[in-house]
Design a protein around this ligand. Structure first.
Ligand SMILES: Cc1cc2nc3c(=O)[nH]c(=O)nc-3n(C[C@H](O)[C@H](O)[C@H](O)COP(=O)(O)O)c2cc1C
Length: 405
């Protein structure tokens, strides 16, 4: 589990810092790479040499270390890890984190990181019980910071109660859980994906369809599944097989697709990737239409339900709704207008002009249209577009609904 996982370990100025030496030894025994950072106060409790020797890596101590900045800036240091761990995390460090301070290397790294942070608080029982510390704890949890411990027990100061740093094996277990949650950020989430074309019958053997293969929707469903989501995959008659490990609901027409989507909700997110026919044949025949000498059938059309707009305006609108816009001209302008018209959060727009080879092809060049603006993604294989989109959905849900605390 921890093999080759990179931990940025910040050691604060508490008596429990001696236990962190054992934590480093155990982490390395499990194959993790540990980059140690020591606070000024921490230096009073463990020596820089012990930390660097046990970690097998240079120790970082100074925000204004020109050599380190030249080789690896503090921003890069804060992001190169898979997880940031603070052990022991002092009352002072919790206050700084809750207040957003960045006045030394440790607090600056904690502000600059884009990774999950796990703290192992350790302090005197009265410091732990102090309303300020409890307020800071609540703030940190609200910010998505993970917390392990503290334990109850006898303390170095002679008092008894909560405040002892969690033991190294418990911290390792919390690190492993945090890392696996980071790999499966959509665990516990339900995402509904529509995919493929719809078939609108003319008679029992003929239909009107479009060139959608279902490749992009299938790749998106697989990418969401890989991030741990429970996926309901509502698919029209697609040219590619649905992914494994998702709930597949097969439909033919737009009206069937709307009913299946409504039945699949509620969901944390809805990705509407299907190429739904705008019109259906209003006078579809119940029996096969026969060829008649001198006569041509006259098809009348009726408008299909607008699935995306219906769901966006409905009572079960997912918190995040992603629509797709396949256009052949004025791609961005149409996508922006569609986003406003349908009431969805994001539109993934692509140019499906015949020259692009995108419809039915293996690659896609999309623009992500959000309330913040337009992102132009490079032309990528469809499964890479899917992975990128799934990661964006995971980040958005994490920010919107709050991560695990
Ligand atoms: C002997 C001694 C032991 C300390 N132990 C702790 C402790 O266990 N937890 C804590 O929050 N602060 C403890 N402190 C106070 C911190 O070292 C002090 O708040 C310091 O500013 C923390 O800095 P840092 O969070 O940057 O490491 C201790 C101080 C002394 C002198």
């Amino acid at each position: 589990m921890l093999a080759e996982r990179r931990i940025l370990l910040i050691v604060g100025g508490g008596i429990a810092a001696y236990k962190t030496l054992e934590l480093i030894r155990l982490l390395r025994a499990q194959g993790a790479e540990v980059t140690p950072v020591l606070t000024r106060a921490g230096e009073q409790f463990v020596t820089p040499l012990s930390l660097a020797a046990l970690a097998g890596q240079p120790l970082h101590r100074d925000l204004f270390d020109l050599t380190t900045e030249a080789e690896m800036g503090h921003i890069q240091l804060s992001r190169a890890a898979d997880l940031v761990v603070v052990a022991p995390c002092t009352a002072d460090m919790m206050a700084k984190m809750a207040g957003g301070h960045a006045d030394d290397l440790a607090s600056t790294l904690l502000m600059a990181t884009d990774k999950r942070v796990l703290i192992a608080p350790a302090m005197n029982v009265r410091m732990w019980d102090h309303p300020a510390t409890q307020r800071n704890l609540a703030t940190l949890k609200g910010d998505g910071v993970l917390v392990v411990g503290p334990d109850n027990g006898d303390m170095a100061c002679g008092e008894h109660g909560p405040g002892r740093m969690a033991e190294p094996p418990a911290i390792i277990a919390a690190i492993a859980a945090a890392l696996s949650a980071a790999e499966k950020p959509l665990a516990g989430r339900h995402v509904m994906v529509t995919s493929g074309p719809t078939h609108e019958p003319i008679d029992p053997v003929r239909y009107i369809a479009n060139r959608s293969s279902g490749a992009q929707g299938t790749a998106i469903a697989a990418a969401l599944r890989d991030l741990g989501a429970r996926v309901s995959f509502v698919t029209g008659p697609a040219g590619v097989a649905p992914p494994s490990g998702v709930t597949v609901i097969r439909v033919e027409s737009a009206r069937e697709m709307l009913a299946a989507v409504q039945a699949a909700l509620p969901a944390d997110a809805g990705v509407f990737c299907a190429a739904v026919a705008d019109w259906r044949v209003a006078n579809a025949a119940g029996q096969k239409m026969k060829k008649q000498a001198g006569g041509l059938p006259v098809l009348e059309f009726a408008e299909n339900p607008d699935i995306l707009a219906t769901i966006c305006a409905g009572p079960q609108r997912p918190p995040l709704v992603v629509g797709f816009a396949a256009e052949t001209h004025d791609v961005i302008a149409h996508a922006q207008a569609k986003r406003a018209r349908k009431g969805c959060d994001w539109i993934v727009a692509n140019d499906v002009s015949p020259g692009t080879g995108i419809m039915g092809g293996a690659e896609n060049a999309v623009h992500l249209v959000t309330a913040q603006g337009v992102e132009d993604w490079p032309r990528l294989p469809k499964d890479q577009v899917a992975r990128q989109l799934a990661a964006r959905i995971a980040a958005e849900l994490d920010a919107e609904l709050g991560g695990a605390a």
